[in-house]
Design a protein around this ligand. Structure first.
Ligand code: SAM
Length: 475
């Protein structure tokens, strides 16, 4: 631990403890937007689905491990890199009968790997370093005494299976169960550059960083390497904070998510406004209903006489029954989408369009669920190569993204990127340049400028700019 503190100090960071948060990471110098605060390799990691390479999380040219028949690799170099860990894991997985092997989940594998890594470290097959060390896993918070009975039973069952597979002489079920609880509130989802989830990893140093719903830093990944970058100026001696959850949501929704998974009540700058008039209004806009009068932009609050919901701008009432009816229609259509198979893509599109229509009737124009449906339609139309429709849905989402995310949020940058690519492709070069410029302004902060992803974006912007000025010479 001392070694870690020394290394962190060299990077202008220090670990401190606060009574209401536990360990915290503090900056000992000013960090500026775009600056890397910390990089860390995963102590252990697993892909989130079975058709990804265990080494690089890629999806092409995959071959199954011929022994365990569970793990996939895209190349011999990935297989070799993973071999030290997989050799023992393969042995453990092979003990399972065929049926059981099918139900091996990523979290079970993450736990197997954690114990295998610990063993390899103690046998000095893998060296322990200041940042890669089982002692850091031991120091992670588990919240084991606060989790409910049902969850405890589940952890105990999974722990039993891990013990059966690894036959660890010096470990008891309770300890493995506690480690499952640690993974639940400390592991991170490893995402690609476009923030699509690829797998899960445990990064014990990054796990010291606490949460804020308006964070000053962001966690991104370069392959499996976790990178924490400042997205706002972090003054010397202030706490480094990232977000653990999707921050687009009312204060109540965010607090619920944090309480359920991370077992704490957030008191960040956004959450302390809970229950204040502006917070109630924002919650009603993002997750409540729109006014019956389509010309009115008001938000609705429940009528004290329980008649329904009253528009706070024009006073019009929407009955509870009407809202309920729309909700149940949306629910049954959503279930239909969930039930549809991949061969029914066209039906899924038609149903999603119908859901969007009903949500437009029910929700405020800044509603998050409406935004999510439009995002889904954007992706569906992109898959169908219907670029005009895709662009129109993308454009509809942008004002909501701008409202629900802070100006430096990578998801906002990525949405501008999609919009810019579509505009440019459809010949709207000047609009494309504007959107791509906005994307670059945000993503160079969250993603840096040196990754292949950012280089491609910068090149696209250059090309679009050149095309726009050439077009101008023709007019
Ligand atoms: C990934 S750990 C962060 C490091 C942790 N503070 C520690 O002592 O190891 C996540 C846990 O930290 C605590 N935590 C994180 N952010 C917090 C916050 N904003 N307020 C209070 N507790 C927080 C919660 O207990 C949460 O489950």
């Amino acid at each position: 631990m001392e070694e870690l503190e020394t290394d962190l100090n060299e990077g202008f960071l220090t670990i401190s403890t606060l009574p209401d948060k536990g360990r915290c990471l503090f900056a000992t110098k000013h960090f500026y937007p775009g600056e890397v605060i910390l990089r860390e390799k995963p102590y252990v990691s697993v892909p989130n689905n079975k058709s990804r390479c265990d080494g690089c999380f890629g999806t092409s040219s995959l071959k199954k491990c011929s022994v365990c028949q569970i793990v996939w690799y895209c190349s011999t170099s990935c297989q070799k890199e993973e071999w030290k860990l997989h050799r023992l894991e393969c042995n453990a997985l092979s003990k399972l009968d065929k049926e059981r092997r099918k139900s091996v989940t990523p979290s079970l594998r993450l736990m197997l790997r954690l114990y295998i890594r610990r063993r390899l470290e103690s046998e000095r097959v893998i060296p322990a370093t200041s940042m890669e060390n089982y002692k850091l896993v031991e120091a992670l918070i588990s919240h084991i005494s606060e989790i409910d009975e049902k969850q405890l039973v589940l952890y105990a069952q999974m722990a039993n299976l891990v013990n059966l597979m690894l036959q660890l002489p010096d470990v008891n079920i309770k300890e493995i169960a506690e480690n499952f609880s640690k993974l639940a509130c400390n592991a991170h989802t490893i995402c690609d550059n476009e923030l699509r989830p690829l797998g899960t990893g445990l990064f014990p140093v990054i796990s010291i960083i606490n949460h804020s719903c308006l964070p000053n830093s962001v966690l991104v990944f370069e392959g499996k390497l976790a990178v924490v970058r400042a997205v706002q100026h972090i003054p010397k001696d202030s706490e480094v904070l990232i977000s653990y959850i999707e921050t687009a949501g009312s204060t109540l929704t965010r607090q619920k998510a944090l309480k359920e998974q991370y077992l704490f009540a957030c008191k960040c700058v956004r959450c302390i406004k809970l229950g204040q008039p502006d917070d109630i209004k924002e919650g009603a806009i993002l997750e409540g209903y729109g006014c019956k009068n389509t010309e009115c932009d008001g938000f609705l609050l429940r009528d004290s006489g329980d008649k329904g919901f009253i528009c706070q701008q024009c006073g019009l009432i929407r009955s509870k029954e009407e809202i309920k009816e729309l909700a149940s229609e949306i629910k049954s259509l959503s279930e239909k989408v969930l039930d549809s198979t991949s061969s029914q893509n066209n039906q899924e599109l038609i149903t999603t369009l119908a859901i969007e229509k009903l949500q437009r009737k029910r929700c405020h124009r800044f509603s998050i669920s409406l935004m999510q449906t439009r995002d889904k339609l954007l992706k569906m139309f992109m898959d169908l190569q219907n670029w005009h429709e895709a662009l129109s849905y993308c454009r509809m989402t942008i004002p909501v993204y701008e409202r629900v995310y802070p100006s430096f949020h990578p998801l906002l940058g990525l949405q501008y990127y999609t919009c810019g690519k579509l505009e440019w492709f459809l010949g709207e070069t000047e609009n494309g340049v504007k959107s791509l410029t906005k994307a670059v302004d945000i993503l160079k902060i969250s993603h840096g400028t040196n990754t292949p992803f950012m280089k491609e974006l910068l090149m696209k912007l250059d090309e679009a700019r050149a095309e726009a000025s050439y077009k101008q010479t023709l007019t």
